[in-house]
Design a protein around this ligand. Structure first.
Ligand SMILES: NC(=O)c1ccc[n+]([C@@H]2O[C@H](COP(=O)([O-])OP(=O)(O)OC[C@H]3O[C@@H](n4cnc5c(N)ncnc54)[C@H](O)[C@@H]3O)[C@@H](O)[C@H]2O)c1
Length: 261
């Protein structure tokens, strides 16, 4: 175990699987005590068990980030067990697909409720404790598609772009209070979300190769590659970094419209 987050109390949302789980395990392995929040309460328990087996500490928090009461309860539970949260990763999200005119109002509402309202609610519940402490690190999980256009992801992309704007404003509002706020914009990451997306497609194998080829580095990213950047942003190594959006995307955002090779 490393000690880059020794003494920290972290909350990671959407931490039952995928990137969130990877971040929760990484933070715990660096000394943070971690609130593992997700809709999937049983899976949260599994992640906390993994943390404890590896010598760390955590608390499972079944709950919906778009529900104010459940968010308040989760934040209170962490505070009771470990003290005020000083490190927050707003990671939970859903990704309805389709062009705008094909997206149902229900999908639109659900996507905004989880990706934007959820980030708002969790941050709103956590920030007063950070203000009391006079320090904090917040990481909002955006996406490459919040920066550049990718087909079939209109509403998801809009929420991710909103998170980048939110990150900039939060950073200016709280910089003098010792709270740093940054965003991470991953390209395609090998994760259950990608598997779910591919499972819905008829040409799964070709599409998977297309995803690899779409990234200038020649492959999709790994969960650990995203968790490593979150660790940096959460840690004191990033003490002068706030309001930034870190592109963890194998060059996807910078690529523009280059000819295929
Ligand atoms: N996987 C990728 O290629 C990719 C690329 C760019 C950005 N991202 C972003 O990274 C983050 C994690 O992605 P992932 O691939 O691990 O996704 P995932 O679907 O594997 O995991 C998301 C987790 O969030 C939870 N969740 C969903 N709605 C929730 C709610 N209302 N309340 C609490 N928990 C909820 C889910 O139960 C799930 O465990 C997301 O913000 C996603 O938009 C992922």
């Amino acid at each position: 175990m490393g000690g880059r987050l020794e003494g920290r109390v972290a909350l990671v949302t959407g931490a039952a699987r995928g990137i969130g789980r990877g971040i929760a395990l990484k933070f715990a392995s660096e000394g943070a005590r971690v609130g593992v929040m997700d809709l999937d309460e049983i899976a949260c328990l599994g992640v906390v068990n993994e943390i404890i087996l590896n010598g760390g500490d955590g608390i499972p928090l079944g709950g919906d980030i778009s529900n104010p009461k459940q968010v308040e309860d989760a934040v209170k539970s962490v505070r009771l067990k470990f003290g005020p949260i000083d490190t927050l990763v707003n990671n939970a999200a859903i990704m309805p697909t389709g062009r705008l005119h094909e997206t149902s109002l229900d999908d639109f509402e659900a996507c905004v409720a989880v990706n934007l309202r959820g980030t708002f609610l969790v941050s709103k519940a956590v920030i007063p404790g950070m203000l009391e402490l006079g320090k904090g690190a917040i990481i909002n999980m955006a996406s490459a598609t919040g920066v550049r256009g990718l087909p079939g992801l209109a509403i998801y992309s809009a929420t991710k772009g909103a998170l980048i704007a939110l990150t900039r404003c939060m950073s200016t509002d709280y910089a003098k209070k010792g709270i740093r706020t940054n965003a991470v914009a991953p390209g395609t990451i090998d994760s259950p979300m990608l598997e779910d997306f591919l499972a819905m497609q008829t040409n799964k194998d070709r599409l998977r190769k297309d995803f690899d080829a779409m990234h200038p580095i020649g492959r999709v990213g790994t969960i650990d590659e995203v968790a490593n950047v979150c660790l940096f942003l959460a840690s004191d190594d990033a003490s002068f970094v706030t309001g930034s959006t870190y592109e963890v995307d194998g060059g996807l955002i910078s690529k523009g419209e280059q000819p295929q090779d």
